[in-house]
Structure formats: C-alpha cells, structure tokens
Design a protein around this ligand. Structure first.
Ligand SMILES: Cc1cc2nc3c(=O)[nH]c(=O)nc-3n(C[C@H](O)[C@H](O)[C@H](O)COP(=O)(O)OP(=O)(O)OC[C@H]3O[C@@H](n4cnc5c(N)ncnc54)[C@H](O)[C@@H]3O)c2cc1C
Length: 446
C-alpha cells in the first residue's frame, strides 16, 4: 500500500466523500459524476504519492485547482480526483519581476497582492478562479490585448508526471512539456505543482467608460462595435455586455452595457484611448454616457462579479470569429430574443490576435470573441435553460474559427479549440509523457 503523507483521502462511500466531491465544483450545477477516490493534497509530496498510488491501482486521474471549469472537467466517473487547491504558495521577486505560485493560488488575490506592490499580472476578470486551470487553458485577463494570454507569461513549471516524478520544465528542460502546458488546459497530462511567472509593471492608470443602450438599437450598436475592433487601441478591452438587468427597462427587457477597461500611463492618455467608444452613431439614444472615469482593480472585480453570483447553475459556451457585422447580426438577434432572465448574459468582445502565437498550443484565436452564460437557480429549470448557450453557438458555428477553452462546453457542443498541426504535436508529446493515459483529457472534443 502506498501511503499519502499529509493528504486526506475519501474513497467513494466514506464519510465526507460527497461534501469533498461537491466542494471541488464552483458551479451550482454539480454533475452526477463520481470518482472512486478523492485525494486532497497539502504539499507536493502528496501529489507524487497520489500519482504513484493511481499508477499502482490503475486509476485514471482528474486534477482540480480552483474548480471553476464551467463543465467541472476534473470530475469524472471512476478513477482518482486529485484536489491541489491547497498548494497555494506565492513568492514574488520584484527585483527579477518573477513570481513562483502554486496552482491553488486564487488569481484575483494574486493580482491584488501584486497591485499593492506596483506590479501587475493579466489575471482573469473574475474573483475566485485559481491559477492552475486559468494558466493552463490560456488565460484572458486584464490588459491581455497588450500582454497576451496569461500563459505567455509562464516561464517554467514544476510538474509531477504520469510516472510520479517531479520535474522542472521550461524552454531548456523538457521543452515539449513546457510547450504543452501553455494552452492545452484540461488536455494537459501532468500535475502542475508550481508555476514561475513573469510579472509586469503596474500601469499607472486604470480607467473605464460606461455607455448603456436600449435593446431597440442593438443592430446599430453591434454593427458599430464590430467595425471598431480592428482599430481600437490595444490598451482598451472592448466589452459589450447584453443582459436583462437594465435600469428603467423592466426586468424582462434586455439592454446593452459597454464598460471597457483601459490601462495607460496617464489619465489624459486613458481618456484619449477610450474616445472612439463615444462615436456610436446612436449615442444620442444612450441612457448612460460616461466617456471616462478612473477605476481600480477592486472596483472592477466588484462590478464584474455582479454578473457571476455564487450558488447559481451555469452553462457557458463561446466562439471566436472574424465574420462581418452583417453576417453576425442574425445570430446576435436570436441570442437577444431568446435570452434567459438576469443574470444570464452575452458578451461580445474584441481580441488582439498575434501570428507569433500560431505555434503555441494555446488555442485558435480571432478578432471577435463571443460568449454566452446561462445562469439560473432552480434545478426545476434545468431543461428549460440547458440548451440556450450551445444552441445559439451551434447556429452561428459556420461563422466560427474556433472556440476558447476558457468558456468551453465541449461535453455539450464539440468544437475546434487547438489548431490541427498543434493538436498533432500535442498528441505526440502526450504519448511520450503519458503513454497509458493516466490523466483524463478534455471532456469532449472537436
Ligand atoms: C466565474 C468565472 C469567471 C471566469 N472568468 C475568466 C476570465 O476572465 N478569463 C479566463 O481566461 N477564464 C475565465 N474563466 C474560466 C477559467 O479560467 C477556467 O475555467 C479555468 O480552468 C479555471 O481554473 P481553476 O483552477 O479554477 O479550475 P479547475 O476546474 O480546477 O481546472 C480546470 C481544469 O484544468 C486542469 N487543471 C487544473 N489545475 C491543474 C493542475 N495543477 N495541474 C494539471 N491540470 C490542472 C484540469 O484538467 C481541470 O479540469 C472563468 C470561469 C468562471 C467560473
């Protein structure tokens, strides 16, 4: 019998198993999937022991850091579920502009700690996500159009392999595994116990604009928003949010909110970078029109989290596209017409692609990113809301160039998320490092 040094283990049927299982999932919609054993690691040695244990007993392994995967990708039937959320160490070296962090470090807390030191990391837009899953899948965070997906700031990793060996990988050591870790998300085949990250200087100024439009002018707003994307300053994240939580429009009426963060060296530059967002041809119909206001990281997290309340049931889906406004509008109208109640919502954003990333395993990307979030509370409504995100994305799939693992819904709607040539290379690296498929892969495929 292999012992697990400080880890807690819950075999199926044991006291505490069900609460340990549920606690691994942030989403209120907890899938009916049951691992044979759940292991909570407290230190790296526990991870090594757990993988050797899984090997000895022939278990496949699912890994969980913050449990924010919308589909609870870590939770599978049978096998061993390894919870590494307690590996949340964090050591920042400001002189070197690096940080060593555990996969259980909460990304928003990391960003807040850096902020206090005048440093910055493109952490995700929401509170609670852990760096483990976030960095592996790519990571769309604050100022990412300038800094790239967060995985580009991963300089190296400590990984426990399928053999139960702890190894270091970076561009010189195990370069194939390092390559695979920067974007394969739930398809990665090793347990990351630590990341070495490049941290960045904190932009001097954070700001935002705020425009709110009635739904009657949706065609004009989306057509204009689409045309703006190729021209907008990289330091601005164009975010067009549509949901049924609109002041003055009644609970049933959706409305459109454009609140776009900007990161700059001065307030003057920030306001200038945001100026194009005031050029919508129907701006006279806006019920709120605020071209610029200073903001903080804390303001932003508070504002964003109003759209992602805890304890709700969630299904997300998404697509990247470069289609024209004309091609996209019929699908967008359908999304709006069929939108479930608040806090469900639709996000339409601009993204800055970079050909230099074409060889990264990190997914396919394109200039427009659209994501749908169905959010409800009552399990009796599951059937009513289950298909909204997937069916609307399926209806627009002829316009999609791919989807992102950040908001993946592969178990309900397979789609392409890694370029074919990179997928072929990933398969080769997987068979070298995990020939027996010790680790689960994506919950669905292309
Ligand atoms: C409310 C909310 C807001 C979000 N906002 C953003 C956002 O702004 N930007 C963005 O890019 N994404 C966002 N996401 C998506 C989120 O980044 C991904 O779901 C990410 O995988 C979450 O990481 P996690 O560690 O919390 O999740 P987990 O569910 O624990 O991990 C996801 C998968 O990653 C793998 N994994 C996790 N840890 C390890 C490890 N240590 N070693 C090996 N494999 C591991 C496993 O396969 C696991 O199934 C959001 C998700 C939610 C729920």
């Amino acid at each position: 019998m292999i012992s697990l040094p400080t880890a807690k283990a819950f075999p199926r049927g044991a006291d505490g198993y069900e609460s340990a299982r549920r606690a691994t999932v942030w989403n209120g919609l907890v899938p009916e999937r049951f691992p044979d054993i759940i292991v909570q690691a407290h230190e790296t040695d526990d991870v090594v022991a757990a993988i050797r244990y899984a090997r000895a007993y022939g278990y496949q392994v699912g890994i969980r850091s913050g449990g924010h995967s919308w589909t609870a990708s870590h939770l599978r039937d049978g096998g061993l579920l390894l919870d590494v959320s307690r590996l949340d160490q964090c050591a920042v070296e400001p002189d070197r502009m690096t940080a060593d962090v555990g996969p259980g470090k909460v990304a928003s807390e990391f960003a807040t700690e850096l902020d206090a030191q005048g440093l910055f990391f493109p952490a995700g837009h929401c509170e609670g996500i852990c760096l483990g899953g976030y960095l592996l899948q790519g990571g769309y965070g604050w100022n990412s159009p300038v800094l790239g997906p967060a995985c580009e700031s991963v300089l190296g990793l400590e990984v426990v392999t399928a053999d139960g060996e702890l190894i270091h990988c970076d561009p010189e050591n195990h370069p194939d595994l390092y390559w695979a870790a920067r974007g394969s998300g739930p398809g990665f085949f090793g347990v990351v116990t630590s990341f070495k990250l490049r941290v960045h200087p904190r932009p001097a100024v954070w700001g935002t604009c705020l425009y709110m439009y009635p739904i009657e002018v949706a065609d004009e707003v989306f057509a204009w928003g689409r045309s703006l994307i190729p021209e907008i300053d990289d330091r601005v994240e164009l975010q067009i949010h549509t949901g049924r939580s609109f002041p003055g429009a009644g609970l049933d009426q959706p409305g459109i909110t454009i609140a776009s963060p900007v990161f700059a060296d001065s307030e003057e530059e920030a306001a200038k970078a945001l100026a194009p967002l005031g050029t919508c041809p129907v701006i006279d119909k806006a019920i709120v029109s605020l071209p610029y206001a200073p903001a903080t990281l804390a303001n932003w997290y508070t504002a964003v989290m109003t759209s992602y309340p805890r304890g709700h049931r969630y299904i997300a889906d998404n697509m990247f596209t470069s289609a024209s406004a004309e091609a996209l509008l019929p699908g967008i109208r359908k999304i709006i017409e069929t939108m479930p109640p608040h806090p469900s919502h639709f996000i339409f954003t601009g993204w800055r692609t970079d050909p230099a990333r074409a060889d990264m395993v990190y997914g396919v990307e394109d200039e427009v990113y659209m994501a749908l979030y169905t959010i409800w509370q009552d399990p009796a409504d599951d059937d009513r809301y289950r298909d909204w995100a997937a069916s609307n994305m399926a209806a627009m799939s002829h316009l999609a160039t791919g989807s992102s693992l950040a908001d993946e819904n592969l178990c309900r709607r397979p789609s392409r998320f890694i370029a074919e040539s990179n997928m072929a290379r990933l398969d080769r690296v997987r068979s070298a490092y995990d020939p027996e498929n010790r680790f689960h892969s994506w919950l669905g495929g292309v």
